[in-house]
Design a protein around this ligand. Structure first.
Ligand code: COD
Ligand code: ATP
Length: 226
């Protein structure tokens, strides 16, 4: 199986790219979705978040108040503590799901989608060394990222400038395209139409599918890291 880390900043278009690959037969694991699943009441991640941040992060129905948690993480500067709870659990769950996919289909292409594959403090520490044979990066202009993020998220009650400031705070915690491009094996530039995005996916898909089928290619890409 070819394990591909699919990354890019908030609003860059990773999920759109992932679904275009999925249409062609790739398997996709979305870190945000796995994170949400692990943050449900009763899960150890949920308990750890409430123990650390207090009952203020709960809604009246007992589920997590995500906007409240986002304020604590991004506006009040506690993202590091939240990440320390959520990320190891997400990575462990991804490992289990990846193994199950590989057992079913040893020549699968698996895309693991996350905005946070690179550590912003040590961006040159290559995540391929441990988890991925390839890194695929989706880039876009900052204006497009912000505009797409605003279009996709947030309640209509929030003022656009408040949501934009929130998006900028999240972006500041992510590795920039400038730093990530030289670290990636494949780059998809999402700076035009959805048709242009699909054409890039169409061109890359046979390369990834071939690499998944031919074990020597996998071997080559991991050996070059040592
Ligand atoms: C703070 C939370 C509750 C806000 O939830 P919300 O529904 O508003 O956002 P959602 O989870 O859908 O994330 C949307 C985007 O925000 C960005 N983002 C999320 N968490 C982080 C973070 N810790 N650092 C930087 N950017 C982040 C990513 O680009 C992500 O795709 C949530 O983002 C969270 O728990 N974050 C910490 C854990 C994490 O890193 N999750 C993402 C991958 S596992
Ligand atoms: N080239 C494009 N043209 C127009 N709209 C686009 C384009 N690419 C993506 N979008 C739209 O922008 C929004 C954000 O895209 P997407 O959810 O794929 O980004 P993402 O990188 O996964 O974001 P996040 O990290 O916030 O989850 C979606 O509504 C998507 O349909």
């Amino acid at each position: 199986m070819l394990r591909v880390g699919l990354t890019g900043n908030l609003g860059s278009g990773k999920s759109t790219v992932a679904s275009l690959f999925e249409k062609r037969g790739a398997h996709v694991l979305q870190s945000d979705a796995i994170g949400r699943e692990l943050m449900q009441p009763g899960k150890p991640v949920f308990d750890a978040i409430v123990a650390l941040f207090g009952p203020g992060v709960l809604q009246p129905d007992g589920t997590l108040d995500r906007p409240a948690l986002a304020r604590i993480a991004f506006a009040e500067g506690h993202a590091k503590e939240l990440n320390a709870i959520v990320h190891p659990a997400v990575i462990a769950r991804q490992g289990e799901l990846a193994e199950a996919i590989e057992a079913q289909n040893p020549s699968a292409v698996l895309l693991v989608e996350s905005a946070l594959l690179f550590d912003p403090k040590h961006p040159s520490r290559d995540p391929r060394a441990g988890r991925f044979a390839r890194i695929l990066l989706v880039t876009a202009s900052e204006d497009d990222k912000l505009e797409r993020f605003l279009r996709r998220t947030g309640s209509a009650a929030d003022r656009p400038e408040v949501r934009k400031a929130e998006a900028r705070r999240r972006l500041a915690l992510q590795v920039s395209d400038e730093v990530a491009v030289p670290l990636a094996d494949h780059v998809i530039r999402n700076d035009g139409s959805l048709g242009g995005l699909e054409r890039q996916v169409e061109a890359l898909w046979p390369i990834l599918a071939d690499a998944a089928r031919v074990p020597e290619l996998l071997q080559d890409s991991t050996e070059s890291l040592q």
